[in-house]
Design a binder for this molecule. Structure first.
Ligand SMILES: O=C(O)CCC(=O)C(=O)O
Length: 286
């Protein structure tokens, strides 16, 4: 498997990669205390099939149907989201006002999807208190040819003006194997003191942004002596992670486009980072 992130190749070897541990067995029967223990032990919960696959694919189709003709391969169904190889002319920059993603995260269809009571109930169990979803919910859409992905980072560095008691739900909106641009997690990295990865921030393809850790995933794994945990995500799967686990995404190299949502919950009684109280747009600076 040829993998890269932000154009930097990373060999798919047992030295650098290992599978994520699935935790769906803790859902039925539901064992909230065991789920919390697993989340804090591993830094993440991988929950295959938590959502209804058909609902997820419907949302995928809804998003891709908002584009002018030309984005999808000729005769392709929006639910499949197969890229034609070109973005139609006139589509504004990704995620800003006028781009379909901007209206989409403000739409009733999106609200209904992320408002699924299954997600809120799980968030409350994991936070051990009534949970509140933060309004800044991010839609990420990548297609082949861009060599763009999320650099290694921890969520807390983007939301450090509020309660650190946050859980992130990452939801692939469509099947998302590694080559479609899946998320990968650095094993056990939620336990690392930030000073340990601080030096990696100097090795960056984006000088001036100290929030990301590194764009080179092989270097990050070797420097920190840990493997990247991966899965062959399918529509319906959900990842939950803690705000201090290092994660990143791989480049999309398949014809199928990568679409995902990330939504974050805090305890209803906690004070969240104020930058997360408005709907997302790609140019909001948060
Ligand atoms: O989807 C991605 O590429 C990044 C998502 C992410 O960092 C998150 O959900 O916290």
């Amino acid at each position: 498997m040829n993998l890269s992130s932000n154009g930097v190749p990373i060999p798919f070897t047992p030295e650098l990669f290992a599978p994520l541990r699935p935790s769906a067995d803790l859902l039925s029967p539901r064992d909230p205390a065991a789920l919390r223990r697993r989340l804090h032990g591993d830094g993440y919960l991988y929950l295959p099939g938590l959502l209804d696959r058909a609902d997820v694919l419907r949302l995928r189709g809804h998003y891709f149907s908002l584009f002018p003709p030309g984005l999808l391969v000729e005769g392709g169904e929006p639910e499949d989201g197969v890229f034609s190889g070109r973005v139609p002319e006139g589509v504004p920059e990704y995620g800003v006002a006028g781009h379909p993603a901007y209206a989409f995260v403000r739409s009733a269809a999106f609200d209904d999807f992320v408002g699924d009571p299954v997600l809120a109930a799980l968030a409350s169990q994991l936070l051990d208190a009534e949970a509140r979803m933060l309004p800044r919910r991010i839609l990420r859409h990548f297609h082949r040819g861009t060599r763009r992905a999320s650099r290694a980072h921890v969520d807390f560095d983007y939301m450090d003006q509020g309660s650190p008691r946050v859980v992130t739900f990452w939801i692939p909106v469509g099947d998302c194997p590694p080559r479609t641009g899946a998320l990968v997690y650095l094993e056990g990295s939620h336990r690392l003191p930030p000073e340990e990865y601080e030096p990696l921030r100097d090795i960056t393809d984006r000088p001036g942004d100290r929030r990301q850790i590194c764009h080179d995933l092989e270097l990050t794994a070797k420097a920190l002596g840990r493997r990247w945990l991966w899965a062959d995500f399918a529509a319906g799967d959900v990842m939950v992670h803690l705000p201090r686990i290092i994660h990143a995404s791989l480049d999309t190299t398949t014809d199928a486009m990568r679409l995902s949502v990330d939504a974050r919950f805090v305890r209803a009684g906690d004070t969240p980072d104020p930058r997360w109280l408005r709907p997302w747009s790609a140019d909001d600076g948060a």
